[in-house]
Design a protein around this ligand. Sequence first.
Ligand code: PGA
Length: 266
Amino acid sequence: MEVIIAQNAQEIAVIAADLIERQLLHKPNSVLGLATGSTPVGTYRELIRRHKEKGLDFSKVTTFNLDEYVGLPPTHSQSYRYFMEENLFKHINVPPANIHVPYGHADSVLDFCAWYEEEIKRAGGIDLQILGIGRDGHIAFNEPGSSLGSRTRLKTLTEETIKDNARFFQSMDEVPRFAITMGVGTILEARKILLLASGEQKAQIIAEAIEGPITSQVTASALQLHRDVVVIVDEAAGARLKRADYYRWVYNQKRRLIPTLLGQSN
Ligand code: PGA
């Protein structure tokens, strides 16, 4: 794992956008795995800026989102489909036909999940997956206890996640209880993974996920098994990392000696 400790959320966005831009330059028809939540918004803003100002091209890109609430139509202001339209898709030139967000109103969730897995395979697999992390250690909606081999499926949200997400709804009662989510196993098949976290409320779980044991109780810890993960945190989210000095040392050495190696994992 390569751990980059950025000054603040703005710097996370720039470093993450650099890595995504490099991916698109290297492979214009990349398959991107995308996340919702407040964390990636700055990165999406930076990508939009680069698209508008420098012509960063998404015309050959295919996207797969990690998850979606069950029961919210795509037009609902709190659906993840709507979030992605507002925060990214409508501002860039990714063809609508190439966009995939799990459909929370599927007649058969089981069939839908199998189809979603197949679509990812048909697209050639995910080249670069962006992830946030929940305070309970979830990646996508893989709540504690999720199998580390899990695939796209229906998941019941924890009370903590429902509380955390209630800030976007009128009341806690309105927060859906279920979601369709890629599994940990699905995520681990991405060729490269970018985990982003900012703010002190993520400090404890970031330390557990990166430096703690691999356990289904903290599904983000499964990323330790992946051979190409870049974790970008700000000072606040990285505050409990025991080996923070080493991560800074590695980053500075790479930046000084071999800038092109940045973002290529240890
Ligand atoms: P956040 O959510 O980016 O809004 O903190 C992250 C997550 O729950 O995965």
